[in-house]
Design a binder for this molecule. Sequence first.
Ligand code: AMP
Length: 420
Amino acid sequence: MNPQKLKGFRDFSAEDLKLRYRVIDTLKEVFSLFGFSPLETPALEMGETLKGKYGPEADKLLYTFTDRGGREVGMRYDLTVPLSRFIAENSGSITLPFKRYQIQPVWRAENTQRGRYREFLQCDADIVGSRSPLADAEIIAVSYAVFQKLGLSYAAIQINSRQVLFKLLTNAKISSPEIQLSVLRSLDKINKIGKDGVEKELSAKGLSSSLIETVFANIQKAEPDENLAAVIALAKELGVPAEKLCFESTLSRGLDYYTGVIFEISTTEGSLGSLAGGGRYDNLIEKLGGPALPATGIALGFERIIEVLKESGLGKYKETGISVLVIPVTESETSVALKTLRQLRQNGLGAEIYPELGAKMEKQLKYADRKGRDFAVIIGPEETANKTVVLKNLRTQSQEVVSFDDLTKQLESCSRESLE
Ligand code: AMP
């Protein structure tokens, strides 16, 4: 059998995970700072929960199958629909407004490319139960704070409103909600296929060329409505610089469930597409059988953030703390070595031992080198007799004899010196 992974699914090495964990920690920290609490939902949802929420094109990307009980189930496609299902199911016991963050993988049967996978992490922050522009402004502010904290301050936020778009489509005499959504799905591709591509798609959908012209003319003239202007003003007061908040009348967001303010965050070079996207979805919870609760939120595209961090050199990880390999020279020193190992670990110093009894000294040193350990603590018969160890700095190759009792203190001071 040829061992291979599925396309769009990835393994992560220790090196990858160092950066991924650090970014996850930063996200959790910022979300908590803004008063969001964590939530996790299952990987599988009922098929009917997911279907018909995103739009026909997105629906085709759902991973669905029939389980052993004959039910149609689907894998999480995003975190917004599962949150809405959770709220619909638990509305009686939830205190509103409800602010949650969620960091979990989602699955989409996409055509893969750089920054586009079939299994990827999304990181969402949402506020349920407030119709106020302040809720949308808070979502924008928390997203901006995340990018600031990660050092990606050049990221800009494009903002628009589905209400503005629905109105300009109605003014162009496109009043059917179905057709309006269909036009917005095409408009969402403008950065990928250009204005010409969107026009072609709209024409294939049956819109006349004069109607398409009117739609684009209306988009060109569009201005923020009162609610959107309030969101922008409040986001500024929450610390998002004016120049980072750009009203973009062509922004439409691809998913059907958006009803109001929509936003997207991208880098200036834009090679990776959007880094984050979100908006207001006031009907989704009700559609899932819950009460008519308004909601707004953002999905941060974790994978693309990681790519951008790596590209801009911000993905380098400075190790903190030191790491030690305890080396018994022969098998007779095993007990003393294990005692030393325990003492170091109890004092919070990262320490390991080669996991094989009686391994050759050379093999152990090679292992320490390969794993990038800072120090070797070498214990031979002489050291055991004298209650000492040989402390070898693997960076400089210098070594000294240290009494067993002083080892922890010595390593702690070494670590501070070597990190400074
Ligand atoms: P969406 O739920 O489609 O609005 O996506 C929200 C964010 O998730 C986007 O801004 C992207 O950064 C990210 N994203 C969407 N699809 C993928 C994918 N296939 N692979 C990696 N990231 C993605």
